[in-house]
Design a protein around this ligand. Structure first.
Ligand SMILES: CC(C)(COP(=O)(O)OP(=O)(O)OC[C@H]1O[C@@H](n2cnc3c(N)ncnc32)[C@H](O)[C@@H]1OP(=O)(O)O)[C@@H](O)C(=O)NCCC(=O)NCCS
Length: 181
């Protein structure tokens, strides 16, 4: 386990997370603005990539477990991004929850812990976030965290062909000085 909040444990990934992770990504509401769904093999690859990122960079998208029940709610965390954009390398705060756990403030709660960790323990000067423009829920989380859209920063996600409907992304920035607690 790496971080705790009132309601969440943010921890590294385990084999037992495969089934709930595949299930939450099989929900079209969850993947409306993401490439999906996810096969069990892709889940295993994702887990090992996140755990390896944590070993190398000290952060990753952490498995977000509900303290009360032990259920995997999804992920929240910081990803080291070195893809081909004008603002990379950077650290990105990101989230994905099973839709039954939306509307409870869990993504914001986990993200605040991830930001504290990034600005504190990792000593970062700025943390970014980005999403497709239409993903209003995700943008609301960014705004709730005090992140501000970079008006000149819209970009085509390098992992997708430029003609892909999810290609165009809007970036948000949070400098350390603008983060409360
Ligand atoms: C993006 C995503 C994580 C946002 O989840 P969310 O539950 O809307 O976000 P939060 O955890 O910040 O919760 C905020 C909502 O909970 C409500 N809420 C209830 N209790 C709360 C509390 N204690 N604290 C804060 N908010 C609370 C807020 O009023 C808000 O409601 P609203 O949606 O009506 O405005 C979720 O929609 C998701 O997983 N989407 C699919 C994956 C995805 O698109 N990921 C992002 C890719 S860039």
């Amino acid at each position: 386990m790496v971080l705790t909040t009132d309601r969440l444990l943010l921890r590294l990934w385990r084999d037992a997370d495969v089934a709930p992770f595949v299930a939450l990504n099989a929900d079209p509401a969850v993947t409306e603005y993401l490439p999906g769904p996810v096969t069990p093999e892709q889940a295993v690859q994702f887990f090992s990539a996140q755990n390896a990122m944590h070993a190398r960079h000290g952060c990753c998208y952490f498995a977000a477990e509900l303290k009360e029940t032990g259920e995997l709610a999804g992920f929240v965390g910081l990803k080291y991004q070195d893809f081909a954009t004008s603002f990379a390398p950077c650290h990105e705060v990101g989230w994905r929850l099973a839709s039954r756990h939306w509307g409870k403030g869990l993504a914001s709660e986990g993200a605040r812990a991830a930001l504290r960790f990034g600005f504190g323990r990792l000593g970062l000067h700025e943390i970014m976030s980005f999403t497709v423009a239409e993903n209003a829920r995700s943008r609301r989380v960014m705004e709730r965290l005090g992140m501000v859209r970079d008006p000149d920063g819209d970009f085509a996600h390098p992992a997708l062909p430029v003609e892909h409907p999810l290609s165009q992304h809007v970036p948000y920035r949070l400098p350390r000085a603008a983060f409360g607690t």
